[in-house]
Each structure stands twice: as structure tokens, then as C-alpha cells.
Ligand binder design. Structure first.
Ligand code: C2E
Ligand code: MG
Ligand code: MG
Ligand code: MG
Length: 289
């Protein structure tokens, strides 16, 4: 096909996806079997202690090894999953995988942070899924964090609120993802027992010479500390951003500079991690005290 020359199959696929309801429908059908066929895989990206660059946690990120289309990213299929409720079995699969990753790597002592879609909270027994994954793998609840966007934290339903409070009571961390990009970030902190937040990449991209981005970053790092939460700055790609993040008071970071998301088989643990997220937050408190 001449039109497609010079572009890879994933790019072509993205165009089709945008333009064609039929492609969306076929993806939905294929997704239904993808989990059973073992086509969904979870990659893990390190979260590092900015002082030492030591990995203290991982974020789990789902991918789809599509037999014809290649490795697909969440942007290619998560929305379809959410619209079709397939995000419920997908979410359960990722939570189980994350717990198996923890159980399979006893040298690693940190947390794994799992993205949770708004659609998973409330109606579909998220608490039960988490409990069964922890039980099946023998993993302690404190090893798991759930990353939820502001809109997810603010679901009005009673079942959503009880899901989130039950998970927090179990000892699972709730983390506000993409902090600063929603409409009501701080009211979600008022309403939920939030342990940590992740400053959205949008802000990291705007770090610069005494820019507005710098002031927001500094204010957010301070806010995180005063709320007794841990803060993770996302999307750190350059040494300059890394240096600025530290100057602004961030203790934890994530981004291509420190490591790309990788399949579990490609991650090696050379030494036992000595710190993890909660200890780092406690360290801040000790410094302040
Ligand atoms: P997110 O939770 O904000 O995840 C961070 C995204 O930024 C990931 O993209 C990651 O690969 C990417 N990233 C990390 N460091 C850098 C960097 O330095 N530069 C740049 N440009 N990007 C970086 P990914 O894996 O494509 O995931 C996109 C989104 O899809 C995630 O955003 C999350 O909202 C969603 N997602 C991923 N996995 C899952 C899942 O298992 N369940 C659900 N419901 N959503 C998921
Ligand atoms: Mg996330
Ligand atoms: Mg994020
Ligand atoms: Mg995001």
C-alpha cells in the first residue's frame, strides 16, 4: 500500500483506530481473548530515590503483544477497554501480575504501583481482586500501591468510597496519578486516605530557568511534604530536569533518564534495596522534626 510506505505497522494501526469504528470493534473482540491467550504483558519502570538513583519502587504498565500489529501501548487500547468494561478483567490480570512480580523477586523490597482505571473502582470488587491477588502470592498489602487519577478518587458513589477506604485500611497505598492535570486534586486528598502523589510529566517538561514550571514544581514538593505524603516527579528525561527536581525538593522520581519500562524477565536485582517509599517519607519527617 503506497500510502503506508515509510510508516510502521503501529503508526498505521493508530490511524485506522482513530478513523474507523470497525477497527475499534475488532480490537474489542480481540481483546476479549488476548488475556486468555497470554498476549497481555506487564512492563515495570523504576521509581528511584533521587539522592542515590536506587530503585525503590516500580510502576506496572500494561502492553499488548498483538500477534499481527506488534507491541501496542495503553494509548492504543485502554480507552476501548474502559468503554467495553474489559478493563475489569484487564485490571485484575495486572494486579495479579504485579503481585507475582513481587513474590518472584524477594531481593526487591519496595512497592509496585499499579494503575487503576476509574471504571475498576466501586462496582467491580476491586478490593476483592486485590485481596485474592495478595493471598494467592503471599504478598503483604504494604507492597502494593494503586495509582488513581483525580477523577477516579472523586467518584461520588458510596461503593467507590468504601472500595478506596477498605483498600487503605488493608494497608494498600493510594496514589494520586498525574497530579495537577485534573480539576480538583486537593479535594480528592480531603476525601481519601492518599499516601502519595505523582507530579504529572507536563510540569517536568516545563522545568527551566526560573519558569512558572519551576515555581509549581517547588510548591508541589512542599505541599506533598506538608501533607505527609511521598511525592514522585514523573517524566524525568534529562540531567537538567533531574538536577532541578532535586533543587525543588523532590525525593523520588521516575523517567527515561533512570529507566524505561521493561518486561520482568529483563530486570535484574544486583543488590538488596535498602529503602522504600515509606521510609523515604519518614526520612523527610525526621529531617523536619
Ligand atoms: P501513567 O500512569 O501516567 O504512566 C506513565 C506513562 O509515561 C507511561 O506510558 C510511561 O511509559 C511513560 N513515561 C515514563 N517515563 C517517561 C519519560 O521520561 N518520558 C516520556 N515521554 N514518557 C515517560 P504508558 O506505559 O504508555 O502508559 C500510558 C498510560 O496508560 C499510563 O499513564 C496509565 O494512565 C495508563 N496505563 C498503563 N498501564 C495501565 C494499566 O495496567 N491499567 C490502566 N487502567 N491504565 C494503564
Ligand atoms: Mg501511573
Ligand atoms: Mg502518571
Ligand atoms: Mg498519564
Amino acid at each position: 500500500h503506497a500510502k503506508n510506505a515509510g510508516r510502521n505497522r503501529v503508526e498505521v494501526f493508530r490511524e485506522e483506530l482513530r478513523d474507523s469504528a470497525l477497527v475499534r470493534l475488532s480490537i474489542e473482540t480481540e481483546l476479549r481473548t488476548a488475556i486468555q491467550e497470554g498476549e497481555l504483558v506487564v512492563h515495570y519502570q523504576p521509581v528511584v530515590d533521587l539522592a542515590t538513583r536506587e530503585t525503590v519502587a516500580f510502576e506496572s504498565l500494561v502492553r499488548w503483544r498483538h500477534p499481527q500489529r506488534g507491541l501496542l501501548l495503553p494509548q492504543d487500547f485502554i480507552e476501548i477497554c474502559e468503554d467495553s468494561n474489559l478493563v475489569i478483567p484487564l485490571g485484575a490480570f495486572v494486579i495479579h501480575e504485579a503481585c507475582r512480580f513481587i513474590a518472584a523477586n524477594p531481593v526487591f523490597r519496595g512497592k509496585v504501583l499499579v494503575n487503576v482505571s476509574t471504571r475498576q473502582i466501586g462496582g467491580a470488587d476491586l478490593t476483592r481482586v486485590v485481596r485474592s491477588a495478595l493471598k494467592e502470592t503471599g504478598v503483604h498489602p504494604s507492597r502494593l500501591g494503586l495509582e488513581i487519577t483525580e477523577s477516579g478518587m472523586l467518584l461520588a458513589t458510596q461503593s467507590a468510597a468504601s472500595d478506596l477506604s477498605a483498600l487503605a485500611t488493608m494497608g494498600v497505598d493510594l496514589i494520586l496519578d498525574d497530579f495537577g492535570t485534573g480539576y480538583s486534586a486537593l479535594s480528592s486528598v480531603l476525601q481519601n486516605p492518599v499516601s502519595g502523589l505523582k507530579l504529572a510529566r507536563e510540569f517536568t517538561l516545563r522545568l527551566g530557568d526560573r519558569s512558572t514550571g519551576d515555581r509549581i514544581s517547588t510548591a508541589m514538593a512542599t505541599l506533598t511534604d506538608s501533607l505527609r505524603m511521598y511525592g514522585i516527579i514523573e517524566g524525568v528525561e534529562t540531567e537538567a530536569q533531574y538536577r532541578q527536581a532535586r533543587e525543588h525538593g523532590w525525593l523520588l522520581g521516575q523517567g527515561f533518564l533512570f529507566g524505561h519500562p521493561l518486561p520482568a524477565e529483563e530486570i535484574t536485582f544486583t543488590s538488596a534495596g535498602t529503602s522504600h517509599l515509606t521510609e523515604l517519607r519518614d526520612r523527610t519527617e525526621a529531617v523536619e522534626a
